[in-house]
Design a protein around this ligand. Structure first.
Ligand SMILES: [Ca+2]
Length: 298
């Protein structure tokens, strides 16, 4: 009997220890839709030495070579160490149901045509066709804010120190909603004409990352709080390669707000990598761009 009890106690203790090691770090979340992301520091972005690996990931991009890889992925350069305070992050992308609650409660007049894909059968899909201003207004109403790019990339890692994706280095179409079959020329035309049907999935359809966050890469790309500006030290890398700088046009106008994680329409693994940085003007909206919110601890 005592042996049995000892075994059960020992087993329970081991199980609890294992659970504590594996559990996402949740402590007093403000509501059960948010997860506390612990403070820490991490290596953000990529180095020029990673471009060859990115070109392997992105080998299906038409005419990919080192020069245009700089244009596509140069905004991720250079890798630099970033410290992040603890913060709360939405477990899921904001859904049509949630965005409708906000609009019903406030009478908010959205800049984007969000209702177009927000029918009842899509209540649990992420909201799309929202501008940055729409996303920021929702966040304010919810007592939250948009995450910074630093927070977004740190959270997407889910506690892992490396890897192109939240689960590791290899793309896996069973772990994220993106356009795994690539995009033919005609499919590209259909996309440009806006005729492609929206292929979001209900939020949480795929396994979460190490922090318990769902759909950080894929499903919808996510607005961040800040503009997509060059990372510190960027100029050093691009002095001699200016023609291929992704910021050449932006430098003459606005950089646009950062958009992260890629979405259902991203036709290449390299566009749904953790480090990839897109940008859109704050008044624009697309049917593969939505958002999730963050909240400061203090
Ligand atoms: Ca996403």
């Amino acid at each position: 009997m005592s042996f049995f009890l000892l075994s059960v106690t020992g087993l329970l203790s081991l199980t609890l220890q294992a659970a504590a090691l594996n559990a996402p770090q949740v402590a007093n979340p403000p509501d059960d839709d948010m997860i506390l992301i612990p403070s820490g520091s991490f290596a953000m972005g990529i180095d020029t030495t990673d471009l060859s690996a990115i070109m392997i990931l992105g080998r299906d991009i038409p005419h990919i070579n080192r020069d245009n890889a700089l244009w596509w992925f140069g905004a991720e350069i250079p890798r630099h160490q970033v410290s992040v305070e603890a913060f709360y992050m939405d477990r899921h992308e904001v859904t049509n149901r949630q965005f409708r609650q906000f609009v019903d409660a406030t009478g908010y007049k959205a800049g984007g045509d969000w209702e177009r894909y927000a029918g009842e059968n899509r209540a649990d899909h992420p909201v799309v066709n929202v501008t940055w201003h729409d996303a920021a207004a929702y966040a304010r109403w919810a007592g939250k804010r948009l995450p910074t790019e630093e927070e977004w990339e740190y959270a997407a890692r889910g506690g892992r120190s490396s890897g192109w994706f939240p689960w590791g280095d290899h793309i896996d179409a069973s772990l994220a909603n993106y356009r795994a079959q690539g995009e033919s020329f005609w499919a590209g035309i259909i996309r440009l004409l806006g005729l492609r049907s929206v292929n979001t999935k209900p939020v949480g359809s795929y396994a979460p990352n190490g922090y318990g966050l769902y759909d950080m890469v894929g499903n919808v790309a996510e607005w961040c709080a800040n503009e997509r500006r060059p990372y510190p030290g960027y100029e050093r890398y691009f002095k001699s390669e200016k023609p291929f700088s992704p910021f050449t046009e932006a430098e003459q106008g606005s950089y646009g707000k950062a958009v992260r994680g890629g979405g259902w329409q991203s036709s290449n693994p390299a566009f749904v990598s953790i480090t990839h940085r897109s940008a859109m003007q704050a008044d624009d909206w697309q049917n593969d761009v939505g958002f999730r919110c963050a909240r400061s601890v203090k």
